[in-house]
Design a protein around this ligand. Sequence first.
Ligand code: ADP
Length: 247
Amino acid sequence: MSEIVLETRHLVRRFGAFLATNDVSLKVERGARHALIGPNGAGKTTLINLLTGVLPPSEGQVFLEGEDITSMASFRRVKRGLTRTFQINQLFNEFTPLETVALAIAEREGVGHNLWRSIAGCGKVVDEAAALLARFGLASVMGERTVILPYGKQRLLEIALAFASKPRVLLLDEPAAGVPEDERHEVLQIVSDLPADVTVLLIEHDMDLVFSFANRISVLVAGAVFVEGTVAEISTDPRVKAVYLGE
Ligand code: ADP
């Protein structure tokens, strides 16, 4: 039987009189590659902000693994396993990917600076960081300064950094945005190949990418879930085509 890992119930977010999120009840199954699509202004980013606690909802609730997290602070949600990708400007440009990810792992372990006093502890963290970077196709550049990496590699590093917190649910807001066309599928393929018990909720504008990545799609229009289904259902639904053509 499928298990719901992330759920919203009748979620509403108003900005003044404007309804950015309109009664969204969304269920994300454990291990899903779930995509959230919809035209510009549909409310995708607002919904992610409600899930991560960046914004409080006007009404409704958010549940993570059955627990009501509606009022929980963002950093506590991360500790519970709900992580979103960091924005590009949060990467340390002068650090290497290895240093960046090793610091994130040390932070996760809650040992921080003390860790670096122990050679054994330090070696363990660096080994884990190197293995994690290899998973994201960054092994060959892990010793370079981040600022000189190609943009696609920087975006992969952001996802690697989010993954270092050992998320059970990973929220990705257009992870391939700005990445050259021929590298976009690689970014999404790496995400798709993450362990099966890691759930991924993806916002993505590029339909080709969504259809090759997702096993479940929710289409948001004017703040509400307009239609939901499999790739086969959504890719052939004339109502979805109409929404995008009308953009
Ligand atoms: P999407 O990510 O699907 O493009 P957004 O969630 O960014 O959509 O925006 C949904 C709607 O909510 C848009 O009309 C946007 O102008 C409005 N909106 C988003 N954030 C705010 C805000 N802080 N104040 C007022 N309106 C906002």
